[in-house]
Design a protein around this ligand. Structure first.
Ligand code: NAD
Ligand code: IPM
Ligand code: MN
Length: 378
């Protein structure tokens, strides 16, 4: 039987609370499967690593990640290591993404369950039928261009960041979007989002996306959308962007949070950060190293209360099985278990839901229900 090494990085705030539930789900999958074993281990990363080791990404954590088959992350950061701190958690995450070459960030925002539509911040008739996958370039752009930090250099009057893209960086993320689009039947339409009316890096983006798709994937439909009006459509008429939003690092950071609340709560949605394109279910499986994490952050406002929604992290574990380990069946079982629990209207009609979705169930109790439902499906 195969054995897979899964490295868990629980992190800070609600990170450990939600990762614990995904950890349990993976243990259940492993115990129920005679053909493979998941070897789970946890490492310090983020603010907790700053406290214990003086740095957010200790060498031992990076080494474990490099040797892993897949990485499950919670979230990092918090007021204790805020923007004025000397050593901060967030650069550790950027360094980890860069060191592992994880250029493709995939954030699906589709309604996990029709029964959640009443919790969408949008009216039901606007939210219904939204099916958007954000494909965000993750290791380029303004996040990684050179910058000048005020207070570090002697002339303290300015600070700057550089938004920079190469042809090759845009080509490879465009190909990932195209392959995800082609895995669906009918193929998904691609909405490339940029600010080509102002930014030089966006004009390069638009030119390379157009050339790559026209030459290599002529069957795909491509639209260009400026980022400001894309933001407007995400709240006024999000179905207009159904398919794939293909965009650069910073725009993707912002738009994916905005898109992710349409299904009801930021706590629901998973993400994958991959070193290459995921293989389509029908294609021969090519494992891709990836970090799987919920879209949300460490939620300091609710940390330690046992009320965080663990579903985004549990669904990230499903993506991990699918994209890094090629285990489609247990991935689907997890997704089905989550859907079943969300659709359950017990408890006075409130359903088995955490507070962010109008329910009264705590993190661990929701985990219990998902684990029990999953056992009956495996
Ligand atoms: P956040 O995503 O942590 O929280 C935004 C709001 O959503 C909060 O009100 C929070 O309570 C709520 N929320 C988030 N996840 C939830 C869940 N699972 N269940 C219920 N409610 C949930 O964003 P923020 O407050 O802007 O950032 C806090 C910290 O997290 C910052 O330090 C930031 O850098 C970090 N962050 C880390 C990651 C990551 O690790 N990948 C991602 C985003 C933000
Ligand atoms: C995310 C987060 C990170 C980002 C931060 C914590 C560095 O917001 O994963 O979306 O900006 O990429
Ligand atoms: Mn973000």
């Amino acid at each position: 039987p195969g054995s897979f090494r899964v490295v868990c990085l629980p992190g800070d705030g609600i990170g450990p609370e939600v990762v614990e539930q995904a950890f349990r789900v993976l243990e259940v999958v492993s115990a129920a499967s005679p053909d493979f074993e998941l070897k789970l281990e946890s490492h310090d990363f983020g603010g907790c690593a700053i406290d214990a080791h003086g740095e957010p990404l200790p060498a031992s954590t990076l080494q474990a990640c490099k040797e892993a088959d897949a990485i499950l992350m919670g979230s990092i950061g918090g007021p204790k290591w805020g923007v004025d701190a000397k050593v901060r958690p967030e650069p550790g995450l950027l360094a980890l993404r860069k060191a592992l070459g994880l250029y493709a960030n995939i954030r699906p925002a589709n309604l996990a369950s029709e029964s959640l539509i009443e919790y969408s911040p949008l009216r039901p008739e606007v939210a219904r039928g939204v099916d958007i996958i954000c494909v965000r370039e993750l290791i380029g752009g303004v996040y990684f261009g050179t910058r000048k930090e005020q207070g570090v250099e002697p002339d303290a009057d300015t600070a700057w960041d550089t938004m920079i893209y190469s042809v090759e960086e845009v080509q490879r993320i465009t190909r990932v979007a195209a392959q995800i689009a082609l895995a669906a039947n009918p193929p998904l339409e691609i909405h490339s989002v940029d600010k080509a009316n102002v930014l030089a890096s966006s004009r390069l983006w638009r030119k390379v996306v157009t050339e790559t798709l026209t030459k290599e994937y002529p069957q795909l439909k491509l639209h260009h959308q400026l980022v400001d009006s894309a933001a407007m459509f995400i709240t006024s008429n999000p179905r207009k962007l159904n398919g794939i939003i293909l965009t650069e690092n910073l725009f993707g950071d912002i738009l994916s949070d905005q898109t992710s609340v349409i299904p009801g709560s930021l706590g629901l949605l998973p993400s994958a950060s991959l070193a290459g394109a995921p293989s389509a279910p029908s294609a021969e499986f090519k494992p891709t190293l990836g970090i799987y994490e919920p879209i949300h952050g460490s939620a300091p406002d609710i940390a330690g209360q046992g009320i965080a929604n663990p579903i985004g992290t549990i669904l990230s574990a499903a993506m991990l099985l699918r994209y890094s380990l090629g285990l489609e069946k247990p991935a689907q079982a997890i997704e089905q278990a989550v859907r079943k629990v969300l659709d359950n209207r017990e408890q006075g009609g409130l359903g088995l839901r955490t507070k962010d979705l109008g329910g009264q169930v705590g993190t661990v109790e929701l985990g219990d229900h998902i684990v029990e439902t999953l056992k009956s499906l495996l």
